[in-house]
Design a binder for this molecule. Structure first.
Ligand code: DGL
Length: 268
């Protein structure tokens, strides 16, 4: 079992920020990635729809005999993690719990900001995870839908991105937050600009980094750490033509993306 790959899925390129961290933190592990590019974005869709997509994406990876499943999408983690964990035999790791745990470690004044897609923020999943860890914490959440296309355009350093960020984050800064959870797979690409906008007094929490740490812990706990076989290069699958995924995904992955296979939606 430990020789098998880890399955990772997202609505598109965003989960590659998680995959990048996984490669960095557990380089001996083989990875299989599914980007559901035919149905991206998940962040604007209803919970039942995202739940159905998440079941199908997970099913595709489980059919490939993965030993652990990473839901590398905040929106899918927010609405589908419990269901996926209940119905599957392998450990399932989402991106919300690890980010929330880290935020509770770093906050000093107990005022935590959360930014994400409309679906993630509407679900209240971060509030629940944060308040389960510490009941008196104050959570201030904001949906920031324009961050996703800005990250995909590679516009993190443009003035337009800074203006948008100031607009979205002003209400959170007014609440005197000292910690900001980047609750969307795309936001690590905007990190530097966001840090400038919120200032040095606010600590950013990158859920991609925290998720990779959580995956390493789960592998160890379940005795699933790769023992012998050297890691295979990651395998990438998408549900629509791979051109955009390859082009945009390189920036999310931090290196050139190759060897992407298209699977039809009927096949997942
Ligand atoms: N991957 C999604 C998330 O982290 C962002 C993109 C989308 O809306 O599908 O919520």
């Amino acid at each position: 079992m430990s020789e098998r790959a880890i399955g990772v899925f997202d609505s598109g390129v965003g989960g590659l920020t998680v995959l990048r961290e996984l490669r960095c933190q557990i380089p001996d592990e083989s990875l299989v990635y599914l980007g559901d590019t035919a149905r991206v974005p998940y962040g604007t869709k209803s919970s039942p729809t995202v739940l159905r997509y998440a079941h199908e994406a997970a099913g595709f990876l489980l059919n490939r005999q993965v030993k652990l499943l990473v839901v590398a999408c905040n929106t899918a983690s927010a609405v589908a993690l419990d269901e996926l964990a209940k119905h599957n035999q392998v450990p399932v790791v989402g991106v919300i719990e690890p980010g929330a745990r880290r935020a509770l470690e770093v906050t000093r004044n107990g005022r935590i900001g959360v930014v994400g897609t409309e679906g993630t923020i509407r679900s209240g999943a971060y509030e629940r995870a944060l308040q389960a860890g510490r009941a008196d914490v104050m959570v201030h959440a904001a949906a920031c839908p324009l961050f996703v296309p800005l990250a995909e355009e590679g516009w993190a350093g443009h003035d337009v991105a800074r203006l948008v960020a100031r607009e979205y984050l002003a209400p959170l800064l007014e609440k005197n937050i000292d910690t900001l959870v980047l609750g969307c797979t795309h936001y690590p690409l905007l990190k530097q600009m966001l840090q400038e906008v919120v200032g040095p007094g606010v600590q950013l929490v990158d859920s991609a980094q925290e998720t990779a740490k959580a995956v390493a812990v789960q592998l160890k706990e379940h005795q699933l750490l790769q023992q012998t076989t050297p890691a295979q290069p990651p395998r990438y699958f998408v549900t629509d033509i791979p051109d955009r995924f390859e082009r945009v995904g390189g920036a999310f992955l931090g290196e050139k993306l190759q060897g992407v296979t298209t699977v039809s939606l009927e096949g997942i």
